[in-house]
Ligand binder design. Sequence first.
Ligand SMILES: Nc1ncnc2c1ncn2[C@@H]1O[C@H](COP(=O)(O)OP(=O)(O)OP(=O)(O)O)[C@@H](O)[C@H]1O
Length: 328
Amino acid sequence: MKINFPNEIAKNNDHILTLNGGLEGKFVFNTNDCIGKGNYGKIFTGRDMYTYEEVAIKMEHITSMELFKEHRNYRIIGTGQRFHNVHGFPTIYYLGNLGLKYTAMAMELLGPSLNELFIRCGCIFSLKTVLMIADQMITRIEFMHDCKLVHRDLKPENLAIGRTQQTLPYKESMENTIYLIDLGMAKEYVDPVSGMHIPFSRQAGVFGTYQFMSANSHENIEQSRKDDLEVLGYILLFFVNGTLPWIKYLENENSMDLDKCGEMKRTISIKNLCDGLPEEFAIYFDYVRKMDFFEEPDYERLRLMFYTLYKQNEFPEDHIFDWSAEAD
Ligand SMILES: Nc1ncnc2c1ncn2[C@@H]1O[C@H](COP(=O)(O)OP(=O)(O)OP(=O)(O)O)[C@@H](O)[C@H]1O
């Protein structure tokens, strides 16, 4: 089979590719139907020719091992998901080679990312929507942590809503469910052999996305469960305020000041960080900042705190997000 990645020139029908997953499916996709791209690869819409289900195909160059790592992490999550009947992570159908040059993973097709929806909604979300996101995301992160993984790259692009109802094959609407995707940077924080928490390290490398990564990650410090919660806090602030205090250091790609960005995350007072917001945001950051590297977060306490704020504001439990009228 001739492989034709979008960067190369498409001729005739070279852009129609088939990923043969044997008993697991036969996935056909068109490289013109790209729905997303990241640092390592691209994502296309495709179809499983056996079930006729629309799928997403994530494709990377074979030399990049990221997709193998991501697939492994999804399998860990998938096992837990089936056992506990949990939603909010895409189902993975198949991982295999595509010719000699590429690796491709077929997975459940989702709706738009929260980044896309944020832009559609005018780059700001209401407090109601932010609190609904907080509730689901704390639950997703808790589940990942229960599976002994830390995500290490939470950002609006890696949160996506499910699709509206599909008729062929019939699937219920998941548009009110926020999915956590892109587990390529996730890491086990518990050593599978010894069962011990991984050690604290100051040479772990920088993982994440500058805008949202934890203050410690800027310093090469190993990430643990507290970092995922810190990053979630920044995402919520970004959604509710439409910006973050350190954005000014990242605006120009050629002159990004990462040191100042990291320093600001470390030193900014919680009062300034959460200025103008309900005190629950400050309580959240105060809790997360005081957490120890090895500590298990009290997810229920954080969820309950935001839920109480939701009720105090008399927001209806109607599952209507700011984008609900928009999304398809
Ligand atoms: N299953 C899916 N269904 C629909 N869209 C998806 C799916 N997976 C990914 N996408 C879209 O593609 C984008 C990039 O996907 P993903 O983050 O997995 O790629 P990546 O190469 O790992 O990115 P990065 O290098 O930024 O970490 C996402 O932001 C999302 O918009």
